[in-house]
Every structure is written in C-alpha cells, then in structure tokens.
Write a protein that binds this ligand. Structure first.
Ligand code: ADP
Ligand code: ASP
Ligand code: MG
Length: 454
C-alpha cells in the first residue's frame, strides 16, 4: 500500500479537489490510504473563531462562512445526488457540532485547550468526507475513516504526541481490513484522540505527521506528500523568486530543514517514515507530472550542489547566560540546563564558552520564569525579534570553502551568533528579524545563482 497526503492548498476549491480525485484514481492499483488536510484556510478561520471567543466577540458570521464555503465546494464538486447528499449531511453535522461547541464555550466563559482542539478538528472532519464522497461519485470505493479512531496521542492539547504502539494497533485493525477489501480509506489529518477518546490535534501542519505515522505503522511502500509546490525548493518561494526544486534530499537534510523552519513539512513528520524506511516523495498536485523531490537515505554529492536548501525562522529569542563567578568551576552548563529542563523548554541553537551559553529559542510565555530562574545562577540577557537563517546540506562539513561563501554573502549584516557542526548538516546564523529576507536572498544568490554577494 501507499499513503498519499493532500495539503489544504491541494483541496482549496472544487477544481483543486477534482484534480486530487484524478491523481488518486490513477493510483488505485497501488492500494492508497489518503490523508487530507482541512480545505484552504479553514483551520486559520477556526483559529480566528477561538481567538474571538477569548475576547467575547461574536463568531456567528465566521462559523456560517465556513459552512457556506463547504456547501459551495460540495455543490460545485459532486453532481451525483446520492453522494452530494452524503457530503452535505457531513457538512451540516459538523456545523451543528461547531455551533454546540461555541455555545458551550460562551456559556462557560472560557476557551480551554481541550475545547480548542475539538473546534480545530472540524476542518479535517469535513474535508475527509467531502473528498471521500467525491471519489465515490467517480465510482471509487472510498471509505471515510475517523482519525480519532486511528491516531492515539497523549493529552498535550494543541501539540499532542502520537503513541506509536497503540496507533499502530488501531491502524492495522481499522485500515488493514478496508485495504484487503480493495477500499480506499480517506482519513482527515492533524486530528487524534487520547486513549479516553478526547480529541487532540498534532500542531499546525500536523496532517504531514498523520500521513507519515500511517505510512510507517502500515509499512507503506511509498509516502507521497502532495502540495502546491514542485517539491522541496532551494528556498521559500515566497522570499526567493528564483527558488527551484531539488531532485533528492537525504532524510537528515529533510528533518533538519523541517526543524529549521522550512514551512514545507511539519517538523516531526519525517521521523516516523525514516525509522520505518518508507521512501518519501513531495509532489505538486497542480502539476502531477513534475518529478518532485525524493527523500532518500543518502544523496550523492555530484552533480548536486553542496547546499540543499535555505530555511529560516522569524521571531526567535536569543538568550545569553554568563557567569564570571563560575570561571574555572565545573557545573555551569549543568546548572543552566537544569533550568531549561524544569521548565520543559527546548532550545534550538547553542554556542558556549566556559562561562557563557548563548541559545536561541521560540518566544513563549515561559520566558519570564526562565529569566527569573536563570537569574539565580548567572547574568541573563534576552534579545527578542531575532531570526535564524540556516543553510542545510549533507556535504557542507566535508567541502572546503562553503562556510567562506556563506559568510562572504552575509558580510554586510551583523551576525549575532553562528552555529556550525553538531549534525554537520547545517550552518545557521542569527540576525535581526528584519534582515531575514535580505540574508535568505543573499545566500540564495551566492549558493544557487552563482551570483556575487551584494
Ligand atoms: P500543505 O499544502 O501540505 O499544507 P504547506 O503549505 O504546509 O503545504 O507547505 C507548502 C508551502 O511551503 C509552499 O507553498 C511554500 O510557500 C512553503 N515553503 C517554505 N519553504 C519551502 C521550501 N524550501 N520548499 C518548498 N516550499 C516551501
Ligand atoms: N489543517 C491543519 C493546519 O492548517 C493541519 C494541516 O493542514 O496539516 O495546520
Ligand atoms: Mg502544511
């Protein structure tokens, strides 16, 4: 079997869903399990509803808008009365559920993390039945499967971690017999449930993770991510116009890129497939004949560029912790990292000297506690509004001159921190937020366009 995952942009309107149905039809012989995201901007709209509820503002119009969009999609997409009626019933049922959840939150005067997940799940709970009905109207034996029956997670609402053994057992028990019967299971991504059946979500962009998990536990022959780009590009196309697709990237490169901010894949989505050795390909649902990017165990160096792609993150915090008191004394790093551990804060990049540790991390509400607690150990300096720009490539550390090219390209801006090494797959620099686009463009010119630094 194979797993095919279609992102929100691939199902944003009737023409897009119809194109997706065509792509699936051509792969029926490969026994696909289909994972689908919420349509277009539905999840963003659900987030808007939750944010407005927190401010006690009206959300009726937004909720109606989501329903109208889905009804419009169904009307334009499915001409067969029976299948259109089935899809419309799902839309109506989920609108009713959303209405009840909204009333409940208004009544209680609170928007709990648990309620948030119940609301956020609505997008995928509608998109999957619509796609399944569309496939059925084309004569395919598509069956919609509730993701809360498949993906078992812990109870970290908003960013739940899947429990692999239990998820594997459920997937095999539910999907196995369907595949054996020649059916095409269609599963909404992003959504899971705790052992007690409470709805959770896997973090924004989490449908990629759903697909990767299903592929790994079912031992898929292939995992296909269908997006609106020709694969993994040399940079974010929204920043660099000249960005171009990369034929193949290694698992290590893909995982690093995802963690370092390349928005094309959910950060945790590569790991399950890697561990199970499932080959992955990223393709464009708007241009299915284009080759896409393969994620493979190892890439060959030539003729490919040494660098695979450039990723970036904005709105990061740089934290400088130093203590001259600890000069010559052992245990400084242990004391600092104990604090991170106690607050369950993970850091992205680290540079250290004997009495100084500089780290970058995501801005969060926990930062005040972190500052207070670290203040007991050392002096702390917090710099907000920073960006991290990373150059990723398996062969960077084995190739002389790359670091020189990177630093020369950035010679006009102030680099607050440089990290290189560790995995050997990336070189990252910390710059001010507003210099991020400039840095990404300059690096792309120097590394991929054969250009001189400006
Ligand atoms: P999905 O439709 O599966 O949810 P996403 O929107 O999450 O897809 O990811 C695709 C988008 O990621 C692209 O439209 C592009 O704007 C953005 N992106 C950022 N960095 C890259 C990159 N290096 N390669 C390809 N796309 C990238
Ligand atoms: N619909 C969710 C989101 O927009 C999950 C996903 O698309 O992967 O984040
Ligand atoms: Mg996504």
């Amino acid at each position: 079997m194979i797993v095919m995952k279609f992102g929100g942009t691939s199902v944003k309107d009737a023409a897009a869903v119809d194109r997706v149905a065509g792509i699936i039809s051509e792969r029926v012989h490969l026994n696909p399990v289909v994972v689908v995201s919420a349509t277009g901007k539905t999840t963003d709209e659900l987030v808007d509803i939750l944010d407005r509820l927190e401010e006690s503002r009206d959300v009726q119009a937004l909720a109606d808008h989501i329903e109208t969009n889905h009804h419009k999609l169904v009307t334009e997409l499915i001409s067969n009365t029976e299948h259109r009626t089935t899809a419309e019933k799902w839309v109506g049922r989920e609108r009713e559920r959303l209405g009840k959840l909204i009333e409940g939150m208004k009544c209680l005067g609170e928007v709990s993390l648990r309620s948030r997940d119940a609301v956020l799940s609505v997008g995928e709970r509608v998109s999957a039945p619509i796609l399944a009905s569309c496939l059925a109207s084309r004569g395919l034996n598509a069956v919609c499967v509730d993701p809360s029956e498949l993906i078992v997670t812990d109870n970290t609402h908003g960013a739940a971690t899947p429990l692999t053994t239990r998820t594997a057992a459920r997937c095999k028990a539910v999907l196995g017999p369907l595949l054996d019967k020649g059916a095409i299971p269609v599963v909404g991504g992003y959504v899971g449930a705790t052992d007690q059946g409470v709805i959770t979500t896997l973090g924004r962009g989490g449908s990629d993770l759903t697909a990767s998990l299903i592929a790994s536990v079912m031992g898929a022959e292939n995992l296909e991510f269908w997006k609106d780009v020709d694969g993994i590009l040399t940079a974010d196309p929204r920043v660099v116009e000249a960005a171009r697709p990369v034929d193949a990237v290694s698992f290590r490169e893909a995982a690093e890129l995802a963690f370092l901010g390349a928005g094309v894949l959910h950060p945790a989505s590569i790991q399950p497939a890697v561990e199970a050795g499932v080959p992955v390909v990223i393709k464009n649902s708007y241009s299915p004949e284009t080759q896409g990017t393969r994620i493979v165990l190892r890439t060959k160096m030539a003729p490919r560029e040494v660098v695979t792609s450039i990723a970036y993150k904005r709105d990061q915090v740089m934290l400088n912790v130093y203590s001259t008191r600890m000069l010559g004394a052992s245990g400084f790093l242990r004391r600092v990292f104990e604090v991170f551990d106690r607050l369950a804060i993970s850091v992205d990049h680290i540079a250290t000297s004997e009495v100084n540790v500089t780290v970058t991390l995501k801005d969060s509400e926990k930062l005040h506690d972190l500052e207070d607690m670290l203040g007991e150990v050392a002096n702390v300096e917090v710099t907000r509004n920073m960006g991290v720009v990373s150059v990723v490539g398996e062969f960077i550390s084995a190739t002389s001159g790359v670091a020189g090219t990177i630093l020369a390209a950035l010679s006009h801006i102030n680099l607050s921190l440089i990290t290189y090494g560790g995995s050997g797959v990336n070189l990252s620099v910390v710059v001010n937020n507003d210099q991020v686009p400039w840095a990404v463009k300059a690096l792309h010119r120097a590394l991929f366009e054969g250009g001189e630094p400006q």
